[in-house]
Design a protein around this ligand. Sequence first.
Ligand SMILES: Cc1cc2nc3c(=O)[nH]c(=O)nc-3n(C[C@H](O)[C@H](O)[C@H](O)COP(=O)(O)OP(=O)(O)OC[C@H]3O[C@@H](n4cnc5c(N)ncnc54)[C@H](O)[C@@H]3O)c2cc1C
Length: 498
Amino acid sequence: MGARTGQQFLAGLREHPPTLYIDGERVTDPTTHPKTRNVAHSLAELYDLQHDPQFRDVLTYEENGERYGLSFLVPRTKEDLKRRGDMHKAWADHSLGFMGRTPDYMNVNLMAAAMAPEYFNQCESSQPSVPGRDFGENMRRYYEFVRDHDLCLTHALTNPQVNRSKMASEMPDPYIALGVVRETEQGVVVRGARMMATLPVADEILIFPSTVLKENADKSQYAMAFAVPTNAPGLYFQCREPFDLGRDPEDHPLASRFDEQDAFVIFDDVLVPWERVFLLYDVKLANQAYGRTQAVLHMAHQVVCGKIAKTEALLGVAQSIVNTIGSGQFQHVQQKVSEFIVTLEIMKALRVAAEEGATLNEYGVMTPARGPLDAARNYYPQMFPKLNELIQLLGASGIIMMPTKADREGPMGAHIAKYLQAGNGTAEERLKLFRLAWDMTLSSFGARQNLYEKHFFGDPVRMASALYEVYDKQPYVDRIQAFLARSSKAHEAVAADD
Ligand SMILES: Cc1cc2nc3c(=O)[nH]c(=O)nc-3n(C[C@H](O)[C@H](O)[C@H](O)COP(=O)(O)OP(=O)(O)OC[C@H]3O[C@@H](n4cnc5c(N)ncnc54)[C@H](O)[C@@H]3O)c2cc1C
């Protein structure tokens, strides 16, 4: 089929609705349910863009006479990677970067994993001679299946919190963490939960190895990678309280369209067919899967492009606030806006450095450079809360004194028009802008963004530790040693001349 339209995406959800629970009730059709229909339609808009003549060549590519979503492209050159970066940016721009988990995030994960079949075939449980049990081949075929049907994937990596001082096997119940219960002729039966899956309004869920698995043993029932449809029997998504309250987009400009939802995922003895199993029992392979297939770098590439879109939007809002209330002549205001500019330029530079520094990996995939992407994923979680605060400081009371559209059109409309007008425009224009600033930073939707940016790519503490561990610091230590040795030699020479 190749690149889908929005209607095809919605039809898929209607035919195979994910098993979602929100506010104590089952969502039977996510395309019409009041808490999910808007995000479903926003996703549909992304798929439609693939067919818009203006975006077609940015968002899709042709292979063997078929057009596919560009995030499925296997990049072989730096040009491919840059092209894919433009695709990520174009999709992110659609939500001003406020939907982090657009389907391209998982598509690049899948692409990179599928190109590394040898990695998954190292797994002892992989049996290349048995049909459906060749894990590397399973990975490759699954990628092709998702690409050909342009499916939307969610994923969940971490086990429920419960008690972080214990291993999964030491919990009060051995199946709090997701684990294998038994093998059958058809596949493996899994039971337990995973903590977080953003974008549960999806066709399939990819369960990849948790990179924080702490099992001591070489083999563990908790080490696995597989995929199942989001309506698989026994699979349930318990969603958090929605932020889309069904309000007019003028009042809740982001939450009313882009609440991508987060769910915890319950596997109540779900059968995973063998052909959907990619890794089993091997703790080491599980923990290294993202790094060794380099899927993490392709995902980080999507992230850096999305964060550029988000920072551009924040800069646009910050400067619009300044224009609206005429505060641009104050030096501290200029300094605050310059923080957005610096962050934006750093993120853009990191994207370029990652693309320019890309190299072919052992599987022949052009892979963005790790250093700039690690820098971006450690830097942005620190900057986003700061930018958030700066929007609040620039907007001050304007970000809270925002009568609604109904107020503006109601009996107090004339007063609102007079007292809440902007220095450079009408009250309506001003309120729309401040509502956007509020939804970005202060509403429940905005507050979730703050938490999301700090955690979505992993615990910031452990990400910094990982950077410390992998970054090659030795050349710089050697340079200092050489400098110190050189200084003393020069000194000795001068002393000898004396
Ligand atoms: C809004 C949002 C959306 C998300 N979406 C997804 C998603 O779609 N898919 C997905 O897989 N994940 C998702 N995540 C989960 C994300 O990957 C985790 O939040 C992140 O990895 C941290 O894990 P945790 O939340 O279990 O925190 P924990 O690991 O429980 O950490 C809690 C606290 O304990 C500390 N701590 C715990 N263990 C250690 C340790 N070993 N060493 C040092 N400190 C430790 C942490 O530093 C932190 O302060 C999302 C998270 C958020 C907030």
